[in-house]
Design a protein around this ligand. Sequence first.
Ligand code: PLP
Length: 351
Amino acid sequence: MYDFYADTKTKPTDAMRKVVLDCAVGDEQKDEDPTTTELCSRVTRLLGKEAAVFLPSGTMCNEIAIKVHTNPGDEIICAQSCHIINFETGGPSAISGVMIHAIPGESGIFTPEQVRGCLRPDSRYMPISALLCVEQTSNLGGGAIWPLEQLDEVANVATEAGLATHMDGARLMNASVKSGVPAARYAQNYDSVWIDFTKGLGAPVGAVLAGSKEFIANAWRLKQRMGGAMRQSGIVASMCLHALDHHVSRLADDHDLAENLGREIGKLPGVKSVMPVETNIVIFDLTEEAPNAFELVGLLKAEGVLVGAFGERRIRVVTHLDVNPTAGDMLLQLLSMHLGIVEEKNAEISI
Ligand SMILES: Cc1ncc(COP(=O)(O)O)c(C=O)c1O
């Protein structure tokens, strides 16, 4: 199976598995796990913050950050397509009791004017606008990278209006490798930010959330309350450290493969359009004449290639550590087989 469904599907490499054998461990809940402490220090520096906390997942980073930054009844502002709204099972309302003001738009990137338009006036009738969230890169936006200036501008609008700012950096390192902008610079105007180790970085578990010392102290309380404190977490933190050492610059390979796939997929008759490919995600829409997305997923699966259906006519393909150009060629071959149908039909008609 070649698995292009998501970059979460990577399996630890042999080298990554081996670092576990020699890693120092202790009780993480008591700050006694040296490997986890080292990981948090590395990420603190990488993201330019004061402190960091190791968490089991990116979803937990988002949910804890939202709870630290808000009070029940508050409103948070984020893009309609973001992970927080679509894939966290209503966590903001269930865990933090907040409302969400969703900003429309497909690429997940919005403007300072749109943020201004969402800000609530100081009124006894209205929720308090408390937090702005951005996603760098935007997953359902096809891996789109927020331009630095725009990222700064939306943060400034929020900060000036008294809101906290949070960055979902599940794929922040992809943005950084592609653009050359340091992760800390992207995160400079954000009160909290996290990176995920289970996506392109290829580790099996873990994300690190960073912010001010006070923010992280509060995040730690919530980690404990939600049952997310760990014990000998160096076992997994060691693999995350390995990922930082060996799997960051190679993200460029994933971007190259995705760019190539996007270009070739765009030439297929059964493809209506491809979203601009900026990092490791290729999202494309199928024409009415082509098989629908769910049928296509089934056809490819039967041939040993996995991709994702994101709606009746939308397909997502993600590149990562475990797929190489050979896998890409196989995917393209199968896609041309199934999406060349339109051309054949037209040919018949024109005869
Ligand atoms: C943009 C974004 N945020 C958050 C998450 C959640 O991360 P995790 O799977 O580590 O919970 C994902 C996962 O795909 C994501 O794409």
